[in-house]
Design a protein around this ligand. Sequence first.
Ligand code: MN
Length: 271
Amino acid sequence: MKRIIVSISIFLLAVSCEKKAPNISGLEQQAQEIAVEKIGDPKSVKAEAGTFPLYALPYVYDAFPGSIDPKTMEIHYSKHYVGYLNKLNKAVAGTPMAAKDLVTLLKTLDMKNMDVRNNAGGVYNHELYFSELKAGANAEPKGILADAIKRDFGSFAECKKQLEEAAVKRFGSGWAWLVSDATGKLKIGSTANQDNPLMPGMEISGTPILALDIWEHAYYLKYQNQRPEYVKAFFDIINWDVVLERYQKSLPPSELPSTTNIVTQPPVQTP
Ligand code: MN
């Protein structure tokens, strides 16, 4: 009898040990998932050597709680943007395009060259987007930009409404833009894919001063199919000082106000 009890005990112990095995591997799996979710450091991102340099992100990936989640920001910068940059550098290597600055390259682009079109657009558009964001900005346009918005749209609220509409109505992937034309007049529109208003023959053309990325990769992890929610949250983190500086630079000399009205800003990284 005693031997039977011992045998049963050993059997039960063996079964219980066997049952513990999945728990241990479950813990390991959990640890792996946590490791995968760990957010990296933008300073450790490297691009392949090439003509066009890597834009250094001036903030950490979790700089925008409530607006853009850190994983989205990390993938957006270190994978999508760096991917466009590497492909652009490969595409222009050994061609006369490598001698041009990015804006000139875009303005003189052969639109049938899809490789350069997609990747040069991808690099320029993302550098514009990343450099116009500021944590906790929650601000409105200032100075001559605020005046121009009032002149061309009636109010900032109307300008914002039109930008939101342009972003939400664009079917599929693309960008919504606030653009300054050759006379300094402001316009709103959108483009598909990685096209932008500097490229020849676009439905909206001029100097982009605000770029809104409406590719799903810019918002899907946090907002899924709710693009309008992402667009609303984007307005909370626009650095209007940067947009104002871009607007000032876009103006033809005849449209520049007297120097006393120009708001001088600290240097910012712009493409
Ligand atoms: Mn993007």
